[in-house]
Design a protein around this ligand. Structure first.
Ligand code: BG6
Length: 495
């Protein structure tokens, strides 16, 4: 039988991509390298321009030199092809403007084509500017009916502010033209979650409370807050990572199969998961959540300072670690805890999802055969992207029966002899193609905030400081206790 395949890898139509904050870190470090890679893949049409907009006065030549320097720094050397680099650089233009002032957008208006090409505005700016920039685009007549806008997270600081931003943007752009980026959705292995679940038959029958004991989602970083202290100190791990990246992963694991792989079918199913999350508030927050903050410690043998020293504010109450036990109250998942944790300055850089199945119903082997662990499906997002199925197997020995755990490994690097694209490569081309499947819809952002906000409020009401953990560890002891109370443990070992 032939399996029908469909491809959404259609060509990108001629475009003008306008990047507000075009001189900033996100543009230079992520966007331009991602677009350059698409150039190498020959995915960009001849008529495709990238127009950087920022306040500082600069001409095209100066911006191009700056962009070239950034590309040489952030694109791996082996991927720099001089002719392609020149071709890509020639696409770049620069306009100096105060983007929130419609009058100052006149030079941009003059530059933009009116030949019907795709027009996208990428707001790589502070979120406080999302509303004002959209208003100015509307007032300057630049938000033409087919044009679209791209917003980077965080969308707001809480439910009210995210609604205000969505409202302001929504007054100028209709929802089908708004692309809210959560870059985790562009990661290869995250996209692969859908392939794993919905292009393979074998897992579906096991994907429920009868067969699954619990799910763990870990996004662990070894980095501290680097140069982003002022942003991070106002944000914290809950808003920076859990409210978006981890909740998106939870949705992809827990959602029902969508009827089609189109944007609304997928996002409808994700929203249903968010709506089914059991609320955590004042009565349960101490049991179901942990907030932590790193102190001084060591990462890869190097001494590193604690968070308070790093941000230079001894009174900060911001968390750099959060662990939460979530319940999805629906038929498929009742009784299956989802343990989520994320933190900075942890023992390893490791992002993974562990789906742990129930143990065998009856044990026929003697205790001397060794420990029979439950089966686990480990989906490793980074580093070493891959999928591992942990099984119990007999060790090859002629002696007494010995059982041992071993994994069936699907390493993407070994299996696919191809470059591993960055999340932005897929996402930025999806914007140009108009495919919203991997972007957050307004109601998704709203429901995620609705669930997170009572937790933030309960934390604030207790006034407790985040629990300390040494840099280089797996977080505060309370995080181990959160899962140990249920007789389970975080996966920190190899299997
Ligand atoms: C960003 C957060 O969204 O994701 C950062 O703001 C975090 O604090 C980053 O470091 C992690 O992304 P990645 O792709 O390195 O896992």
């Amino acid at each position: 039988m032939t399996i029908r395949t469909t491809s959404d890898d259609n060509k990108v139509e001629p475009f003008d991509l306008v990047v507000f904050g075009g001189g900033g870190d996100l543009s230079l470090r992520k966007l331009l390298p991602a677009l350059y890679e698409r150039e190498r893949d020959q995915r960009l049409p001849d008529q495709g321009r990238i127009v950087a907009v920022a306040r500082s006065p600069m001409d095209d030549a100066t911006y191009r030199a700056k962009a070239r320097e950034a590309l040489l720094r952030y694109v791996p050397k082996a991927e720099i092809e001089p002719a392609l680099l020149d071709r890509f650089i020639a696409r770049l233009h620069y306009v100096a403007s105060d983007a929130s002032d419609a009058a100052s957008l006149a030079p941009l208006a003059k530059l933009l084509s009116s030949d019907g090409r795709v027009r996208a505005f990428y707001l790589a700016t502070a979120p406080t500017l999302f509303g004002p920039i959209c208003r100015a685009l509307g007032a300057a007549g630049l938000a033409t009916p087919g044009s679209r806008v791209v917003l980077e997270k965080p969308i707001g600081h809480d439910l009210a502010s995210s609604r205000a931003v969505n409202e302001q943007v929504g007054q100028v752009f209709s929802e089908d033209r708004i692309f809210r980026i959560d870059h985790y959705l562009g990661k290869e292995t995250v996209q692969n979650l859908m392939a794993l679940r919905f292009a393979n038959r074998m897992f579906e029958r096991l994907w429920n409370a009868s067969e699954i004991d619990h799910v763990q989602i870990t996004v662990a970083e070894t980095l501290g807050v680097e140069g982003r202290g002022p942003y991070y100190d106002k944000t914290g791990a809950m808003r920076d990572m859990l409210q978006n990246h981890l909740m998106q992963l939870l949705c992809l694991i827990a959602m029902e199969p969508p009827a089609r792989i189109d944007a609304d079918a997928v996002r409808d199913e994700k929203v249903k998961v968010l709506k089914a999350l059991r609320p955590i508030g004042a009565a349960t927050v101490a049991q179901e959540t942990v907030r932590g903050r790193y102190g001084a410690g060591a990462i890869a043998g190097q001494a590193v300072p604690g968070y308070l020293e790093e941000v230079g504010d001894a009174d900060s109450t911001t968390e750099t670690f959060v662990a939460v036990k979530c319940a999805v109250d629906n038929w498929r998942w009742t009784g299956v805890p989802f343990y989520l944790r994320t933190g900075k300055r942890l023992a390893e850089r490791r992002s993974e999802i562990v789906v742990e199945f129930r143990s065998v119903p009856h044990l026929i082997f003697p205790p001397s055969a060794g420990e029979i662990g439950a089966n686990r499906l480990v989906i490793r997002l980074q580093p070493d992207e891959g999928i591992h199925l942990v099984l119990t197997t007999k060790t090859p020995t002629p002696g007494k029966l010995k059982l041992q755990r071993a994994a069936l490994n699907l390493s993407f690097a070994e299996t696919f002899d191809t470059r591993h694209p960055d999340a932005y490569e897929r996402l930025v081309t999806d914007v140009l193609r108009g495919n919203q499947t991997l972007f957050m819809r307004r109601d998704e952002v709203d429901w995620a905030w609705r669930w997170v906000e009572p937790i933030l409020a309960a934390w604030q009401a207790t006034g407790d400081a985040p629990k300390p953990y040494p840099a280089g560890s797996w977080g505060p002891a309370a995080s181990t206790a959160l899962i140990a109370r249920d007789g389970r443990a975080w996966r920190e070992e190899a299997l």
